[in-house]
Ligand binder design. Sequence first.
Ligand code: HEM
Length: 411
Amino acid sequence: MHELAWFDEVLLAKGQEGHGPDGGATGSVRRFIQQDVSGWYVTGHRRIRLLLTDPRLTSARTAASADLRARCPEMFGGGGTSGRRASLIELDGPAHTRLRTTLGRAITPRVLLRLRARSQDEADRLLSGFAKRGSVELVSEYVRPLAVATTMELLGVPLKDHERLTTHVLDGALTGPEREAHLAELQGYFAALVAVKRAGEGDGVGHGDTDLLRNLAASRTGDDPLTDDEICDVAQLLLIAGTYTLPALTAGAVWQLLADEELGARLAAAPTTAPCPDVATVVDELLRRTSVGEDAVVRFAAEDLEIDGVAVAAGDLVLLDLAAADHDPAVFDEPARLCPRRAPNPHLAFGQGLHYCLGAGLVRTQLTVALGALLDRCGSLRPVAGDGAVTWRHQGNGAWPTRLEVTFVER
Ligand code: HEM
């Protein structure tokens, strides 16, 4: 079966769960057991939207039942018994507010503007190198370097260090001691860099505004500034989001455009003003359709509660499947179709509530620049024929191209 068709089939089946033949609700929560871990799996859009802001569910790993933490200390022990520090996504309450506020202050509209300009320059530079080539492999030659350059700029990390930092992120598959060793190496790298930034030494990187690590090191949240360890944790989180999730999303979005011949042709024919207005319009629909996340976002019941009449006990794991929610036919007509002018488009790609993605503005900007520049410069975009021209990665609900060789004919 075609990769995208497989992915659609899974998502659509999940999106339809919770709806009877007449479209009425039949309950959108079910029990799952996977590799010794059990919990509740929620799929319906309306239900998930409510649960994302329901205080009876928490992201704090400390709320996981003792049984879950014992079975899976790696996943559910953060901030609890494992000795591993909880990341921002795994915290709630004042600890979350403190970290999120400091980070949120550092990713300002001004930072986004600078990153947009940097990213546009980089996109133009990369595309100029493709002239007269005939074909290019878009993931390694365009999508990934573009995302890496922007992320390094955001963090204030020298571009020359990116391979050392992103090897395991791009492989995405290191496990056990190898993974631990790499994470320790990353932590060591960021600790040394933060020390340089704290000392105020010129490292020739970042443009004041966009040097996030320098700004975090300099920031003061009341009398409780972020520690170096906390800054390093944030750096790792953003490194993964920017050099793994972002290129995956962009590659998936390019594929969606290629797969939709009519849309691809229409966008390619659009006037060549930058940023391409049609691309900006279609970005939210691409976000709805392109799933690159884990299986679902993780929550724990902070108290006993009922979800759609099902009793959920305090400490239970509750997985909210955002991609399935974004393919729920009760909310999105023809969910498998990419509708560039879909409005309203209440997709949940970035979550909702207190943990709403802090990178959402950056991601929208990046997609707009990456796709706009590509379509502005390229007169024809088609996958080249032949085995191996397009390869895929599957992860949880997501599927995205890891190799995408296309024709490149400059306008
Ligand atoms: C590229 C596609 C991306 C998608 C689809 C995405 C999606 C999400 C989602 C669904 C959450 C909420 C998780 C939860 O509720 O537990 C989240 C949180 C977060 N995202 Fe993203 N993200 C993306 C990229 C990025 C990027 C590029 C950055 C930053 C450079 C970023 C920074 C964050 C942070 C810091 C949080 C945690 C917010 C908090 O816990 O308060 N994300 N993201």
